[in-house]
Design a protein around this ligand. Structure first.
Ligand code: NAP
Ligand code: ZN
Length: 346
């Protein structure tokens, strides 16, 4: 099946309309008619080659929602017409200890990313800036009624990437949580941490988005461009979720943690970060990382968001504005996720 898509022809070149081939629907596959696809900063890192060489042409997009158009004969959990989503992975070995524990994202054989990966049938995966995709049923999530479909798209990456560490490190009543960076991931982290009952603080470069941050659920908002912030908040937080796509001064943020506090990096800049171990030793602090979440946990997150009526704050765009959206994301000018209306793909 040949379908319309938007692809990067080479590293750092503007994306352009194209046509890609989707495999025939196998026994355990689902054909999804994609309605909306979110633009994640990871799409931009990947297209630009920040994380290493990539296969081109490359169709990004791992925040996919749509409607089931066809299912293979062995598929029981999705039916034609169901509202479904696909996130950052489309397969994993299913047998290793991590897969069996529900942590498919940490598959010991390597999970198959939704784009620029090699699928288990040997083909290169192409992502969601496209009208249709064929995905193994085990990696297709149900989008609950009550969630707006376009606003649900960013949950498939920004939502789960923030939900998972917030759950893992126990965000909830009585916990002080800081979110660094108020972009796509950051704004979902604020909404979710607030819904979990934590006391939430936004640490943004400036106070430009303060009103938004408080509306999204933050209790406090500080500018990291103001050196006083790091003195005033020293030793304050139980958990800091860093969503920044660029280098940060790790020691400065570790200094904001209470004893036993954790700074978890979900932001994935290309350049290495360094730290002074005394920032950890001096208060038994931890520095951690976290990647998306497992399939069952992603469904749990979607159900949690439906229960709490949480979608992303989105700016819906037509496909011909993808390159402009990339520029705006790079300039931290996103409020708070661009979502592509795939009906405009041609
Ligand atoms: P985004 O929408 O661009 O948000 C990043 C935010 O970081 C910006 O809005 C800005 O917030 C802040 N920021 C940007 N440049 C900065 C700089 N030079 N110094 C300080 N702050 C800066 O990006 P996103 O889609 O949320 O993704 C964020 C990062 O997470 C990316 O690196 C992405 O690849 C990564 N990611 C990781 C996972 C995972 O599984 N771990 C999953 C998805 C994405 P303020 O304007 O408020 O300061
Ligand atoms: Zn993403």
């Amino acid at each position: 099946m040949r379908v319309h898509a938007y692809a990067a022809p080479a590293a750092a070149e503007p994306l352009a309309p194209t046509v890609v081939e989707r495999r025939a629907v196998g026994p355990n596959d689902v054909l999804i008619e994609i309605k909306y696809a979110g633009i994640c900063h990871s799409d931009i890192h990947t297209v630009n080659g920040d994380w290493g060489p990539q296969p081109y042409p490359l169709v990004p997009g791992h925040e996919i929602v749509g409607v089931v158009a066809e299912v293979g004969p062995a598929v029981t959990r999705h039916r034609v017409g169901d509202r479904v989503g696909v996130g950052c992975m489309v397969n994993s070995c299913g047998r290793c200890a991590n897969c069996r524990a529900g942590d498919e994202q940490y598959c010991l054989e390597g999970m198959v990313p939704t784009y620029a990966g090699t699928d288990r049938d040997g083909t290169i995966t192409q992502g969601g800036y496209s009208t249709h995709v064929v995905v193994d049923a085990g990696f297709v999530l149900s989008v609950p009624e009550g969630l707006d479909l376009a606003a649900a798209a960013p949950l498939l990456c920004a939502g789960i990437t923030t939900y998972s560490p917030l759950r893992h490190w126990g965000a909830g009543p009585g916990k002080k949580v800081a979110v660094v960076g108020l972009g796509g991931l950051g704004h979902m982290a604020v909404k979710i941490a607030h819904a979990m009952g934590a006391e939430v603080t936004v640490l943004s470069q400036s106070l430009k988005k303060q009103e938004d941050g408080l509306r999204l659920g933050a209790d406090h908002y500080y500018a990291t461009g103001d050196p006083d912030t790091f003195e005033r908040l020293a030793g304050r937080f139980d958990l800091i979720v860093n969503t920044v796509s660029a280098r940060i001064d790790v020691d400065a943020y570790l200094g904001l943690l209470a004893v036993d506090g954790t700074l978890v990096n979900v932001g994935a800049p290309a350049e290495p970060l360094s730290l002074n171990v005394f920032s950890l030793i001096s208060a038994r602090r931890s520095y951690a990382g976290s990647m998306i979440g497992g399939i069952a946990e992603t469904q749990e997150m979607l159900d949690f968001c439906a229960e709490h009526r949480l979608g992303a704050d989105i700016e819906l765009i037509s496909a011909d504005r993808i390159n402009e959206a990339y520029e705006r994301v790079l300039a931290s000018d996103v409020r708070y996720r661009f979502v592509i209306d795939t009906a405009t793909l041609g």
